[in-house]
Write a protein that binds this ligand. Structure first.
Ligand SMILES: NC(=O)c1ccc[n+]([C@@H]2O[C@H](COP(=O)([O-])OP(=O)(O)OC[C@H]3O[C@@H](n4cnc5c(N)ncnc54)[C@H](OP(=O)(O)O)[C@@H]3O)[C@@H](O)[C@H]2O)c1
Length: 333
């Protein structure tokens, strides 16, 4: 084994603009030695989340700030190649915050072990923060009731595709909004959405009116902007609007004016609620067990988009913003 490795460092804060090539730099560094109680992990996969851009910008206040020169923060999967911890052996697979490193030394107690019988990559998708976000946002804030109508933006993404399936399990009618015919066909033919709306083709407002003539009871919004406004225009009385993300604004400098249809919240006696999934971290183990059952019994399908090559990490992150990702965006090292 060589004694050097590669890592990606933050070199710019992409505020109010897309990520540029010179915001991240690939460097060589010595492979770290694990300290007392630590293990050395050889990273095999990285997981990607739109939130990483916010971390790079250093504007999100729910996580520690990222400074220029820091190793790019991110989740990953690794295999233990050296151990100084009695409960973790060489060959153990661990999932958690590895950063964009080829090797990392860390306290293994900060990491998760994969669920028996399922691919470790599920721990970055349906059984990781992605699945927790879908579950907590939908059930704790959306509170869907059987027979109600749930509309999800970013529906073909990692989070949105799980929200639709959980709402279906809860007995709801589900409508997904996504970009392009391929993603929309996947939503209705494989994910089980009752209807799909292609926001790149025609008016979302008109298509949503057709799909939910009596209005929608739960909005799970991953996108914001004009799509949120169109969904707000079609809420039913007592609707719950869950603001999970706003990816349509993550790359822009000047923010759009507020949603014109917000006053429908008054007419429809509705509520609108944002959340940070980490606030429910203490419940993740029990929620993970539940979601793992759904994956094992085939009720929860998931799609992974696995790119390859550590040098392609920045380009892989960009796929989330161009909509190229089909399901959970991963990178195999
Ligand atoms: N609140 C929380 O605690 C929390 C935690 C995790 C994630 N999130 C949020 O959840 C959302 C989904 O994250 P994810 O990891 O599951 O990513 P994802 O949905 O798998 O990927 C992002 C998707 O966003 C869509 N998109 C990109 N730019 C867009 C635009 N300008 N307008 C409309 N759609 C656009 C693309 O799909 P199309 O091809 O359909 O456009 C793309 O595939 C993000 O907003 C993220 O920030 C929130």
């Amino acid at each position: 084994m060589s004694d050097t490795m590669r890592q990606w460092l933050l070199t710019g804060h992409p505020r109010g603009r897309p990520i540029a090539d010179n915001d991240l730099k690939l460097v060589e560094a010595p492979i770290p030695s694990p300290g007392d109680g630590e293990v050395l992990l050889k990273v095999t996969h990285l997981g990607f989340d739109p939130a990483q851009k916010g971390w790079m910008e250093n504007v999100a206040d729910y996580v520690a700030p990222m400074q220029i020169g820091d190793v790019m923060r991110g989740s990953g999967i690794g295999e233990v190649v050296q151990t100084n911890h009695p409960d973790y052996g060489v060959g153990d697979v661990l999932v958690g915050m590895t950063g964009w490193n080829e090797y990392t030394a860390l306290n293994p107690e900060t990491m998760e072990r994969p669920v028996d019988g399922l691919s470790p990559t599920t721990m970055l998708g349906p059984l990781g923060t992605t699945g927790m976000t879908a579950y907590c946002g939908l059930f704790k804030l959306g509170k869907p009731v059987a027979g109600e109508t749930v509309v999800v933006s970013g529906a073909a993404g990692a989070t949105g595709s799980i929200v639709g399936q959980l709402a279906k399990i809860a007995g709801c009618k589900t409508i997904g909004i996504a970009g392009g015919p391929e993603k929309c066909a996947w939503l209705t033919e494989e994910v089980g959405y009752d209807a799909a709306i292609d926001y790149k083709e025609g008016s979302v407002r008109t298509q949503l009116k057709e799909a939910a003539p009596k209005g929608v009871d739960v909005i799970f919004d991953n996108v914001g902007g004009a799509i949120l406004n169109d969904m707000l225009g079609q809420i039913a009385t007592g609707a719950r609007v869950v603001i999970c993300g706003g990816i349509s604004r993550y790359e822009t400098g000047s923010l759009p004016a507020g949603p014109q249809n917000y006053f429908n919240l008054v007419f429809r006696r509705a509520s609108m609620h944002g959340f940070i999934v980490l606030d429910w971290a203490s419940e993740f183990p029990i929620i993970r067990k539940r979601l793992a059952e759904f994956v094992k019994d085939g009720r929860l399908a998931y799609r992974e988009d696995i790119q390859s090559g550590f040098e392609n990490a920045p380009a892989t992150l960009q796929r989330l913003f161009s909509g190229q990702n089909k399901g959970k965006q991963l990178l195999a090292l």
